[in-house]
Design a protein around this ligand. Structure first.
Ligand code: ADP
Ligand code: MG
Length: 328
């Protein structure tokens, strides 16, 4: 369920190594930010495992409370409620900085990544299979424009200049959250871990001597992978048209919105981006999804630390330069 406040533990610690050596892998799954989250760590001190895993989940939940568009009291909701108010809203430095980063992606992608997509995006409900009519959507398209967001650095205020503008950080918040949670673990001395929320994962270290091996799923066949990436100390984000969607009259309506049209972005089935920072891989995977194969891969190729695998409209695979070299 989107934006669910409750945090439900659906499994508990899994001891993969022998108790006697007291150095083990521990993991816990839960629901945060309306999606499945997983924290897995290796530690030599099993008494520390539970507090460390809880520390990571607490951070994920903290960011969910800050940025959820579905919790009326969240800082993000307060900003949305202020749309059209010339005074704006004072926000925390953390939220302010994340908005700055989101706007930088809008500039870099010429508006393909745009958190004001929500002006129309919030009119979709993928569980109820409902979407805005053309009549509802047309007058809202003007409200989609990141330039309606004004950030006042000196006072840490944000103003939404258009009364119908709404923002949603769904394209970057989970990446930010897993990056933050992973860095908290790292500061506590954890050397091997993964933190996942939905399609965004941050890996710390490797799996003790071998890389993490992460499958990219076939967007049209659950349980089947189209590629496997070996990763160490890296982030990975996947954006797909199969996460939140419904099909009506043969047309697939999903949660990644082309800001120019207010309709679901077409042209690819999924985009996976890997690189050092999960906040960036998250925003880039959503961006490349909207930009399509050519423009999207050009964007990735302009950033030397990031690589991408795109599953195209018919299921063919496309790789960024760094990955194609490896597969030659
Ligand atoms: P998820 O991990 O939820 O599948 P993605 O990284 O694929 O997330 O991003 C999809 C989410 O991004 C949507 O649910 C929505 O909140 C947000 N979003 C949709 N379209 C855009 C866009 N054009 N620019 C920025 N964010 C978007
Ligand atoms: Mg994303």
């Amino acid at each position: 369920m989107l934006g669910r406040a409750a945090f439900i533990v659906i499994s508990f610690y899994m001891v993969l190594f022998s108790q006697s050596v007291r150095a083990e892998w521990f993991s816990r799954d839960g629901t945060v930010m309306g999606t499945t989250a997983r924290v897995e760590i290796w530690t030599t001190d099993s008494a520390q495992a539970q507090p460390l895993v809880e520390l990571a989940f607490k951070e994920l939940r903290r960011i969910d409370h800050l940025l959820s568009p579905y919790k009326p009291a969240s800082a993000l909701s307060r900003v949305n409620q202020s749309a059209g108010d010339p005074v704006g809203v004072q926000i925390s430095p953390e939220f302010f900085h994340l908005l700055q980063r989101a706007l930088a992606f809008s500039v870099e992608t010429a508006g393909r990544f745009d958190i004001t997509f929500a002006s129309v995006g919030h009119r979709y409900n993928f569980r109820d299979k409902s979407r805005p009519t053309v009549e509802e959507m047309t007058p809202l398209l003007d409200a989609i424009d990141y330039r309606h967001i004004q950030l006042l650095t000196a006072s840490s205020q944000v103003i939404l200049r258009h009364p119908k503008t709404r923002i949603d950080l769904g394209g970057i918040a989970k990446g930010y959250a897993v990056e933050r949670a992973a860095s908290l673990l790292q500061r506590q001395g954890v050397q091997y871990a993964q933190v996942t929320a939905g399609g965004d994962t941050r890996f710390i270290g490797d799996r003790r001597g071998r890389p993490w091996r992460v499958g990219i799923r076939d967007p049209r066949q659950e349980g089947t992978t189209v590629a496997v990436l070996p990763l160490e100390d890296e982030a990975m984000s996947t954006s797909g048209d199969y996460e939140r969607f419904f099909i009506e009259d043969g047309q697939r309506y999903h949660h990644i919105i082309n800001p120019k049209t207010g309709l679901s972005a077409e042209g690819v089935q999924s985009v996976t981006v890997i690189g050092p920072d999960a906040t960036v891989t998250d925003a880039l995977s959503t961006s490349v999804f909207v930009m399509g194969i050519d423009h999207g891969l050009r964007l990735i190729n302009s950033r030397s630390a990031y690589e991408a695998v795109v599953v195209g409209r018919t299921g063919s695979l496309f790789f960024s330069n760094g990955l194609s070299k490896q597969t030659d």
